[in-house]
Structure formats: structure tokens, C-alpha cells
Design a protein around this ligand. Structure first.
Ligand code: GLC
Length: 422
């Protein structure tokens, strides 16, 4: 009896020591949009309970451009304080050298994800990050207002602007002085690159830099698309829209003060929340098309992934965390709770997911046809390409030069940047 007790005691302490020794203290960085960080924390709590590891989240600003600037510095300095990074879909070619190859670790699960997404995170045969969710934007519209004014869901940008103006004016006359027609991401950052790529591509104006590396942006259809967007500022969109990122647009929209909004799917769950003024009053549709040859609705491909720093002091546990955050379990919760689009095909047929986010049934096709930003052809120069593009567009929206002038300058700058080859 005595010996038995002693043995049990001994075994318990051995087990304890063993699990304490194995437990890792990990830290990860993630930007914050909406309730994204609170959701992440809820998932990390489960990971901690399952593994005994602890994970500290270092919160970052919601602007992907600001995150990128910081991460590049940390990684270049070999920072070992951060084990896991939440990474934007466009970063893989630029940061590939700084992250571990996850090919082996993910070999049993990689087939669950859409091949195009895995491909976007693969650089020279190295799987740089595992997908957490994908992104393709929508035109959010007020069902109640379109009904009230007997308007159809617009399918072209001009129709959108005309409907927006008519409803905005009527609502203002009826007493809502805060009402606007359309809000989008017009700040000078990566989000504007996404919006403007949609205007240009949907107007038959190409993809800034084509898949073969050709600089195509200086063309009349692109210029017309950007001029059209410039005409929205101060008419259907507030002047302040020039400084809006995702969250500022959502703020106006969710207070009930805009007829339309361009935003990513995360705004769906938040807009449907109990504290939202537009709960039950909105739905989403594909973005409108331009006109002219080659026009048609275009959505920029977005999305977020999880990468493991090659400077992590506990790569094995950090890889476990990356696998967990990209798993079916977490992606399902994400789709229900955050209305983020899964990268795992099977979840698009999941009854719980479709009940929470019915729009997802249509969004599988939209994201599969989404337009990639030119991060693959321009490789490590993508960030500069994007920043030159969003600057040219922001100048035009602000009334500094015409779109044609600014695109001519942009073409010259991109040609310099390219040199002999990207
Ligand atoms: C969304 C997209 C991301 C994009 C960003 C721009 O977060 O998922 O890919 O870069 O918006 O603001």
C-alpha cells in the first residue's frame, strides 16, 4: 500500500515535470480588424488547454501595410521573440526566406485546401505559410432602402453611383443628414490597391502588372475607371473616405449611414450582430462591373495565413500552432463567428457554416475567380509596386492630377523599378 502510494506520487511528479518541460511559451503577431483578435484568443485558449503550451498575442494595427513594414524589420533583424506570424496572401514571395518550410509538416492536410491558395503560399517549392482564411470582397447593400425606392441591386458602377445618389438625397431630405451613398477603402495603403484593382480590372483595364510581368496600367480603360471613382469623393462618398481603411468604412455603414459599402466578408457577421444598426437590413452581392470591352465584375483576392519564423526558438511547437490555426476545426469556427471564407473546400457544404453565413454558398465561385494582385510576377518588389500604384490612385482621388497623367507617371516609375526584370 505504502509502496503503491509512493509509486503513484512519484509517477505524478514525473509526469508533471515532463509536461512542464515540454510546455512552450510561444508568441504570435496578428493585426486586429473587427473582433478578429478576440476570436483568435478564444482559439488560442483551446490550443493552450490541448497542448499545455502558452501563446501570447502581440496585437498589431489593422493596416496590412503597417504590419508588413514592422515584420520586415523584425525578420531582417533575426528577431526570435515572435514565433508565428499571421501573414497576408501577398507577402509570401517577399518574406519566403524568413519563414520555415511547412511542406513536410502539412503533408497530410495540404490536400484539404484549395490548390490555388496553397500555390499562392508556395515559393520555389517551399510552403511558406498555411492558409487561415481567404478573402474576396462584396458590395454590401441596404435591402430596406433598395426596396423603399424600388431599385434593383446595381450591376454596374454607374448604376451603383446613380442609385446611391438618389437614395442618399431622398434620405437627407427626409431628415437623415448623415446619410451617404457609398463607402470604400480610399486611404493611401494596400486596401486602396485592392479597391482600385477592382475598378480597373472590372473596366477591362488589366491587372497593373500582368502575370507575364508586363506593365499594363497606363491605358485609357484604367484611367476612366479611376476617374469614375474620383467622381464619388464628396458626392456619394464623404470627403473623409480618402482616409478610410476597412474599419472606418464599416463604422459608417454599420451605423446605418451608407446605402452601399465595398468591404471584405468579415463585415457580414459584424453587421448582423445585435449591436448593429443594420442588422437584418442588408445583404451582399458581387461588386459592380465597368463598361467597355472586357468589362465584368472583379474581386481582388485577399486572405491570411500562418507562417513560422525561422528564428523561432521552439519551431516544433510553433509549427503545431500553425497547423492548428489552419485546421478544419478553427476554420469552421471562423466561418461561423467571423464570416471569414474558409480555404478548406468541404466547409462550403457545411450546414452550420451556411446557416451562419448564407452568402458563402455563392462566394466559393467568387473567390475562385478573384483577381490576384501582381505579387507573384513582381516578387520581392511587390510592396513598392503596390505603394506606387496606391499613391497614383490616391493623388487622383484627391484631385492632384488627372488619372491619365498619374498613370503615365506610374508607368515610368514602374519601368524604372523593374529594370531588366522583376
Ligand atoms: C484584407 C485582405 C488582405 C488585403 C487587405 C487590404 O485584409 O484579406 O489580403 O491585403 O484586406 O487592406
Amino acid at each position: 500500500m505504502k509502496i503503491n502510494k509512493l509509486l503513484v506520487g512519484l509517477l505524478t511528479s514525473v509526469t508533471l515535470v515532463a509536461s512542464v518541460a515540454q510546455a512552450a511559451e510561444l508568441s504570435m503577431v496578428s493585426g486586429d480588424t473587427g473582433t478578429g483578435l478576440a476570436f483568435l484568443r478564444s482559439q488560442l485558449d483551446k490550443f493552450e488547454a490541448e497542448t499545455g503550451n502558452t501563446v501570447t498575442v502581440v496585437p498589431m494595427p489593422s493596416s496590412t501595410s503597417d504590419q508588413f513594414g514592422q515584420y520586415k524589420l523584425w525578420l531582417a533583424a533575426g528577431n526570435s521573440d515572435i514565433d508565428v506570424y499571421q501573414t497576408d496572401v501577398i507577402w509570401a514571395p517577399q518574406l519566403a526566406d524568413q519563414f520555415l518550410d511547412l511542406t513536410d509538416a502539412a503533408k497530410d492536410v495540404v490536400g484539404q485546401h484549395f490548390p490555388s491558395i496553397i500555390e499562392s503560399q508556395t515559393v520555389d517549392g517551399k510552403l511558406v505559410a498555411l492558409p487561415a482564411f481567404t478573402d474576396a470582397p462584396a458590395l454590401f447593400y441596404r435591402k430596406d432602402l433598395l426596396d423603399k425606392y424600388s431599385k434593383p441591386i446595381p450591376t454596374t458602377w454607374d448604376e451603383m453611383a446613380a442609385t446611391a445618389k438618389e437614395i442618399m438625397d431622398a434620405e437627407r431630405t427626409a431628415g437623415n443628414a448623415e446619410m451617404y451613398g457609398f463607402v470604400f477603402q480610399g486611404n493611401a495603403y494596400e486596401g486602396l490597391t485592392c479597391n482600385a484593382l477592382e475598378w480597373v480590372k472590372s473596366n477591362g483595364g488589366g491587372q497593373i502588372v500582368e502575370a507575364d510581368g508586363t506593365i499594363s496600367i497606363n491605358n485609357p480603360q484604367a484611367a476612366a475607371a479611376i476617374e469614375r471613382a474620383a467622381s464619388w469623393i464628396g458626392t456619394i462618398a464623404p470627403e473623409g473616405n480618402l482616409a478610410y481603411q476597412e474599419e472606418e468604412s464599416r463604422g459608417v455603414w454599420q451605423l446605418g449611414n451608407s446605402v452601399f459599402m465595398r468591404n471584405w466578408p468579415y463585415a457580414y457577421a459584424l453587421g448582423a450582430g445585435d449591436d448593429s444598426a443594420v442588422k437584418g437590413l442588408f445583404d451582399v452581392a458581387p461588386l459592380p462591373a465597368g463598361d467597355g470591352e472586357g468589362s465584368g465584375s472583379a474581386a481582388t483576392l485577399g486572405g491570411w495565413n500562418v507562417a513560422v519564423s525561422k528564428y523561432s526558438s521552439d519551431p516544433e511547437e510553433a509549427i503545431k500552432l500553425a497547423l492548428y490555426l489552419s485546421s478544419t476545426e478553427v476554420q469552421k469556427e471562423r466561418a461561423i463567428n467571423q464570416s471569414n471564407l474558409p480555404t478548406i473546400e468541404a466547409l462550403y457544404d457545411d450546414a452550420d457554416v451556411l446557416a451562419a453565413s448564407p452568402f458563402m454558398a455563392n462566394w466559393k465561385e467568387i473567390f475562385q475567380n478573384a483577381v490576384p494582385r501582381p505579387s507573384a510576377p513582381t516578387k520581392i518588389k511587390y510592396n513598392e509596386v503596390s505603394s506606387l500604384f496606391w499613391s497614383a490612385v490616391h493623388s487622383t482621388l484627391s484631385g492632384n492630377g488627372t488619372a491619365a497623367e498619374n498613370l503615365e507617371g506610374l508607368e515610368a516609375d514602374l519601368t524604372d523599378l523593374k529594370g531588366d526584370a522583376w
